[in-house]
Ligand binder design. Structure first.
Ligand code: ZN
Length: 171
């Protein structure tokens, strides 16, 4: 069953990743780091969320955590057996840990996070023999779009900082 999910058509994964990307763009419009997540169960999206750390003043309000909460609430179970989590960016240590807690069988993500990614880049939390659950991982789905959204956001932030710095020195 798992292999069926893993080998499900690329188009299907792209379709749900587009939902996650939509949430990421919505987060960006609130000046949040543009990361989005979407959770699918039995062919239906049961949760979609973008980052809200600044909006909610909550360090745990990452897209994946918010989507997991929504999904668990919607199915009435904190274990999400059979669900697939789509995330635009490789989850961090907190979110990868939450995937383990929720017993999510499959994670699909877009682009790696070389700084904080805890699935493939660092820690390999989803495939650790120290933990009591493994999460199957598919990466690189709509990778370019997912990565560019982040790069553009940070590029704009950097030029904002430069502008503010130069404006200050001008005064
Ligand atoms: Zn996270």
């Amino acid at each position: 069953m798992l292999s069926e999910r893993v080998t499900a058509g690329v188009e299907l994964h792209e379709r749900w990743m587009r939902e996650a990307l939509r949430a990421a763009r919505e987060a960006e419009s609130r000046q949040e780091v543009p990361i989005g997540a979407c959770i699918v169960l039995n062919g239906e999206a049961i949760a979609t969320a973008g980052n809200r750390t600044r909006t909610d003043c909550d360090p745990t309000a990452h897209a994946e955590i918010l989507a997991l909460r929504q999904a668990a609430g919607s199915v009435g179970n904190y274990r999400l057996a059979g669900a697939t989590v789509y995330a635009t960016i490789e989850p961090c240590a907190m979110c990868a840990g939450a995937l383990i807690q929720a017993r999510v069988p499959l994670l699909v993500y877009g682009a790696v996070d070389e700084r904080a990614g805890a699935v493939d880049t660092h820690f390999q939390i989803c495939n650790s023999k120290e933990l009591n659950h493994r999460v199957e991982v598919i990466s690189g789905v709509l990778e370019i779009e997912c990565r560019e959204l982040m790069q553009e956001f940070f590029k704009a932030k950097r030029s904002e900082v430069r502008y503010q710095t130069s404006a200050k020195t001008d005064v």
